[in-house]
Design a protein around this ligand. Sequence first.
Ligand SMILES: Cc1cc2nc3c(=O)[nH]c(=O)nc-3n(C[C@H](O)[C@H](O)[C@H](O)COP(=O)(O)OP(=O)(O)OC[C@H]3O[C@@H](n4cnc5c(N)ncnc54)[C@H](O)[C@@H]3O)c2cc1C
Length: 503
Amino acid sequence: MNKKKALVIGAGVNGLVLSNYLQKSNYDVKIIEKSKNIGGACTPDNTIINNKNISFAKGATVLGMMPDFIFKETGLSQKLKIYSPESQKVVYFEGEDSEVNIHKDPNQLQKELSNKVGERGSVIDFRNDENKVINFIQNGYVTGEPPSLESAIRFLGKDLVDMWITGTARNLLDYYFTSEKTKLYMGMTVIESSPESIDSKGSAFIIPLMDSGSVFDGYWGYVKNGIWQVTKELGNINKALGVEINTSSEIDNIDNDNKKVFTKSGKSYDYDILVFATDPLTPTNYFENKKLKKTLEVKKYTGTSGKVTAFFKNKVKWVNHNHDGDALSSFRFIFSVDNLNDFEIKSQNAYKKLSYYEPGYIQVYCEGAGQRKLGNKEPFDKLIFFTKNISYDKKGIEMPEIHEKIKSKVFKYILNPEDCVKSVFLTPKDMNQEFYFPEGNIDHMMLTDGQNFDKRSFSEINNSFYNFGDLSDVFYCGAGAYPCGSVAGTAGYMCYKNITMHQ
Ligand SMILES: Cc1cc2nc3c(=O)[nH]c(=O)nc-3n(C[C@H](O)[C@H](O)[C@H](O)COP(=O)(O)OP(=O)(O)OC[C@H]3O[C@@H](n4cnc5c(N)ncnc54)[C@H](O)[C@@H]3O)c2cc1C
């Protein structure tokens, strides 16, 4: 049987996962990638410290959202060594002496939250209900069934859907918890990628969504030698399968009637299906669908996440902490607010660009300690500060005072800040310029009302979720599609299921 030709635009994790599955199911796949390297936002950067060339994660840093079956079926599990800390996560509220330990066991966590922040609600009920919603989400990932309210109600019942899928995050958190600090910890992921209001319809859904990865059973962890090994190895696996990857290759125009793509370097590619694994605005440049172009132009693309990578000449030592073993690689969270109202105000202020930095929270990834656990000994220890809320205004290099302010928030909790020899600061503006994200959102497009769950689609074709507009042979599966971004490839996989189900 003749193979069908699939042309994939973009070699980020979604384009690579999609290509892997299509190539294995009787498609001949070619990829066109604009950058000189594959990986998209899951890619390395380099810096020189004391004459040593050091690689580090330029964009994405930690693994967690990837479905376990994608990790296995693509062949990645054979190539990569990964690790998620067993020790509890640690939460610091500014101005308080003792930290809160986030135990995996809900009963232990209930006790800790009750003792430390006076929680009187039910962590156990919250976790039980959240797990039901996560099961529903994960089931959809496996089957490739696109999200719909009807199937959610069938699976979960109307009450859980009203609370967890169409409801607001504030209402959800108020329902289960009494302590503002518990609500902050449990609700922080609502704004992890986007400055989404906790009062907007459907914002509750982001909470289980962000816990729906299964490679570490809902937790997060590290990849030996750095997370970009995921896209690097996927590229190698795909090439071995026969996928042709063309880097430094930019589209000039598309003749969709004759199914041909022409690049600026004068090459042309035939296709039976064309899939954009880019941001969602990119394909609108090549097709005459004014309605869709207009719809896409008014969608929300803003991001407010910043990232500092800090290098230390000696191992980082945490105040009040055991300096050996698993605990050193635990994830840590530093809150600059102590209630939901302030959390919301700061996030919205950054969205409205009222100031460059509105301190909300910092997630600290102990990448160097994680690498040591994986047997990778690097010359410098490394911490990553994933920081909220940075407005979409300026590049990191233009805001040295904010770079320093972020570092000082973390350095309060370490004993040897003087060992920090270098740090690099990336803002939403940098993400726009480095990765072509429209307004620096790490998921390409905000997870907000009208752009989330069953609405996170660009298809105008009934029962075909991943088509692009009304074009039957053109698809979209970048981070702007359901479920969202992350080093997961779930949108790429679900798009593959959509393509093969209809053909
Ligand atoms: C600073 C930062 C930190 C993050 N942290 C994490 C994290 O710790 N963990 C996590 O899971 N996720 C994280 N993310 C999110 C995650 O990296 C992204 O959501 C994910 O990598 C997106 O994958 P993608 O394949 O959809 O798109 P991309 O990675 O954006 O890939 C799209 C590709 O398309 C190419 N392209 C664009 N336009 C064209 C064109 N016209 N022609 C050809 N090619 C084109 C681009 O060059 C790119 O290679 C982070 C992102 C950033 C920026």
